[in-house]
Write a protein that binds this ligand. Structure first.
Ligand code: FRU
Length: 483
């Protein structure tokens, strides 16, 4: 076992080296970003006693993956933030190679974190333990050790417990790999959060699917959204297709209904959740206003991660903005930015941009960190580019939306192409090194990092026909940090 105090001292020293946020061109302003090191999945999302807790997978000492910690930040309003001491450090034998992803619930006045203890032996063989840590103050956590061990017929790819309360019981879903290398989600039930009964697989090949659907399902979440049951999951190993599954690994939902008596789920086909380059391992929670909120990792494992130019500044990756999930009448799920984001709005400008078979640049617009809402005429094809780096285009004839940016290795154009029948609006949130584009009021979302060399806010619109773009734009202020 490592000495936790020495660990934390090393961390304090590392963080002190990092006070040049102003000079870093890609340092995010309204996204949760690690002060140093690598960040991946959001963990333990919860609102407790009015305070939103956002934990995250964190490698504080290097910009690569490894023995993860749980970083910890809190906010009351999504604008003023506090960075707290890391909640979990990988110091015990049952977690020595990482306190992997998990979730939070409150019971008996305690904040209770469920996470995966990742352990590798000297030959690289993995074991996984599902562990519990509790806190009275939401800052300091006491580890109670493993509460669930690996079931028979499953490999050690068994991680990311998500816990919730429903119908008089505690429930837990977890990502797993069956021993024939099929991705599954498993479900458990408990009365007291300590003793867990294994109820079997909830979804996957041979359970709810007849065909194989990836070799591992990571970060499951299972919740009710306005009468509809949703299994949110990040499957690994789907084959790339013309209009979907274009990232290294995917994230999406199965929707249907849950029979809690028999712990069974019936569902329709998988719907991918994002149309951009970076979106993975999201988690949701219900806040004290009854909203179902989602945050994701704005990164994808094994996808050009070591090519991010922020690595030379000592950090890599960030979380997405929080989004509210809504159940639409057509059975789909929309993601919308929180109304709290209006607090970040600064100076505003509006413009009607009329384009006739040419390229028009909005030269008056100067802010790189901005919200830009664009209403477009339906039935027309167009291209909109941002900072000469990211291009969104719509082909009305074929109903195809394309996002383009330079490949992070070759610099050649790279594409993410998806089907969208019609586009009437784009709500774009641009941070220094990211774009989140909410299409048609969040019916579709495209999330991507961007790393333009020039610090110029260039918005350009192009079409081959006559078309009007109505644009409303705001400069956005930064998060305020303390702690
Ligand atoms: C998803 C994931 C999880 C795991 C964590 C480790 O990105 O691979 O399955 O718990 O990251 O950091």
């Amino acid at each position: 076992m490592k000495d936790e105090r020495a660990f934390r001292k090393e961390l304090e020293e590392t963080l002190q080296l990092n006070n040049n946020t102003e000079t870093e061109p890609f340092r995010q302003q309204f996204h949760l970003t690690p002060p140093k090191g690598l960040l991946n999945d959001p963990n333990g999302l919860i609102q407790w006693r009015g305070i939103y807790h956002v934990f995250f997978q964190w490698m504080p000492f290097k910009t690569g993956h490894g023995s993860k910690w749980w970083g910890h930040a809190t906010t009351k309003d999504w604008v003023n933030w506090e960075l707290l001491p890391p909640a979990l450090a990988p110091v015990q034998d049952f977690e020595k190679n990482g306190c992997y992803s998990g979730s939070a619930v409150v019971r008996d006045g305690l904040l209770q974190l469920f996470y995966t203890g990742n352990v590798k032996d000297e030959y690289g063989n993995r074991s996984s333990y599902q562990c519990l840590a509790v806190s009275e103050d939401g800052v300091h956590f006491e580890k109670l050790g493993p509460v669930i061990s690996q079931p028979e017929r499953y490999t050690a790819h068994f991680r990311d417990p998500k816990v919730w309360y429903e119908a008089g019981s505690w429930w837990l879903v977890i990502g797993a790999q069956r021993d024939d290398k099929e991705g599954h989600v498993l479900i458990y039930r408990s009365r007291d959060l300590r003793k867990w009964e294994f109820l079997g697989p909830l979804a996957g090949k041979g359970v709810t699917l007849s065909e194989s659907f990836g070799f591992m399902w990571e970060c499951p979440d299972f919740f009710e959204l306005d009468g509809m049951r949703v299994l949110l999951v990040s499957p690994q190993g789907l084959e790339k297709e013309s209009y979907q599954y274009q990232n290294q690994y995917q994230t999406g939902v199965f929707t249907g209904s849950f029979d809690s008596e028999n712990a069974t789920f019936s569902h329709g086909s998988f719907q991918e959740m994002d149309k951009g380059f970076e979106f993975y391992a999201p988690q949701t929670f219900e806040d004290e206003h009854g909203r179902r909120l989602l945050l994701g990792w704005m990164g994808v494992p094994d996808q050009q991660e070591d090519m991010h130019p922020t690595i030379k500044d000592g950090w890599v990756h960030c979380l997405t903005m929080p989004r509210e999930l809504l159940h639409l009448q057509n059975g789909k799920i929309a993601q919308q930015p929180l109304k709290e984001w209006k607090q970040l709005r600064g100076a505003q400008q509006s413009k009607d941009i009329h384009v006739t078979a040419e390229t028009v640049e909005w030269t008056e617009w100067k802010a790189i960190v901005a919200e830009i809402n664009i209403e477009v005429e339906e039935g027309k094809s167009w291209t909109i580019s941002w900072r000469d780096y990211l291009t969104m285009s719509f082909d009305a004839e074929y109903g195809v939306f394309t996002l383009e940016r330079p490949d992070l290795i070759s610099g050649e154009p790279a594409f993410r192409t998806s089907r969208i029948e019609e586009i009437h609006s784009l709500r774009c949130y641009f941070d220094r090194s990211s774009a989140e584009i909410f299409i048609n009021d969040g019916e579709h979302v495209a999330t991507s990092r961007l790393f333009p060399r020039k610090q110029e806010a260039k918005l350009r619109c192009k079409t081959h026909e006559s078309i009007m773009f109505q644009v409303d734009a705001w400069e956005l202020h930064s998060f305020q940090w303390s702690g």
